[in-house]
Design a protein around this ligand. Structure first.
Ligand code: ADP
Ligand code: MG
Length: 267
């Protein structure tokens, strides 16, 4: 019999734990996210979803457990290092520099992949010009143009971020995250504050991002979006996993229904 070659998961979470004082925001969470999947992480308010993103991106240190990304344990806690490894996110509350234009905002995202400054300095000393800087700037601009087009923001490229309608600010945040060339993208409640039309469009946007080869973890309250777009769903409550599986199985899981009782969420 031929040996089965196991596909490396994009992300393996092993016993991840985070305490705030004596309170467990995450308690020995285990989770596997397959390459190329849209994997939803859902749960009532306060379940630990944003904390999970903060641990995976290195914003907060874990108290216990391991994060394995593309088969390698992620040990360096600096968020910038994790971005370079290929982990990007958007935020539950939009975080944009209000005075930058849409184009500048997306170009900032590319900076983490910029030519190392040591080579630029060497170029300056030897060639009297910063090595590769013009090429690099052009490349960053080309990437930004492509991403703005991808998200339907081409005609907004010179608009200030703060002047864009809410739904477009969310898309701009997404473009900035994609500019870091992630292999894993964490989306924290992307429909928050969006109108129904903008929410409807997001289904298509998320699918197209996945089709670019990006694995996605989606934290979201809009269950129509979650159930429509996800390949698999993990449900947590009080920092603990209570259910996992394909969307159609999760929707009717009694533990999930019970966890959401009293929440303004339609499963
Ligand atoms: P979710 O995103 O699922 O709504 P969070 O991860 O934001 O939940 O929060 C999980 C729990 O941890 C909540 O009870 C919240 O109050 C608590 N929590 C989150 N961040 C902190 C913090 N920095 N200090 C203390 N408690 C926190
Ligand atoms: Mg949250």
């Amino acid at each position: 019999m031929r040996e089965q070659v196991a596909r490396t998961a994009c992300l393996s979470i092993e016993g991840l734990t985070k305490r705030f004082g004596g309170f467990y925001a995450l308690n020995e969470l285990h989770m596997e996210v397959a390459q190329g999947h849209i994997h939803a992480l859902i749960g009532p308010n306060g379940a630990g979803k944003t904390t999970f993103f903060n641990l995976v991106t290195g914003v907060l240190p874990a108290d216990a457990g391991r994060i394995v990304f593309n088969g390698q344990v992620v040990a360096d806690t600096r968020p910038s290092k994790r971005t370079i490894k290929g982990i990007a996110r958007t935020f539950q509350n939009i975080r944009l520099f209000p005075h930058l234009t849409a184009m500048e905002t997306v170009m900032i995202g590319s900076h983490c992949r910029a030519f190392p400054s040591v080579w630029k300095a060497l170029g300056k000393a030897v060639l009297q010009r910063p090595l590769g800087e013009a090429d690099e700037e052009r490349q960053m601009r080309e990437n930004a143009v492509e991403l703005l087009e991808f998200l339907g923001l081409t005609d907004k490229q010179d608009a200030k971020a703060s002047d864009l309608p809410y739904g477009e600010q969310r898309k701009l945040e997404l473009a900035r995250a994609l500019a870091t060339q992630p292999r894993l993208l964490l989306l924290d409640e992307p429909t928050a504050g969006m109108n129904p039309r903008e929410t409807d469009e997001l289904d298509d946007v998320i699918t197209r991002v996945r089709d670019r080869g990006v694995t996605i973890i989606l934290v979201e309250h809009d269950m129509r979006l979650v159930m429509g777009v996800s390949d698999s769903v993990t449900v947590i409550n009080f920092g603990t996993k209570i259910a996992e599986g394909p969307p159609e199985k999760i929707q009717s899981d009694p533990l999930v229904v019970e966890a959401y009782l009293g929440e303004d969420v339609q499963l």
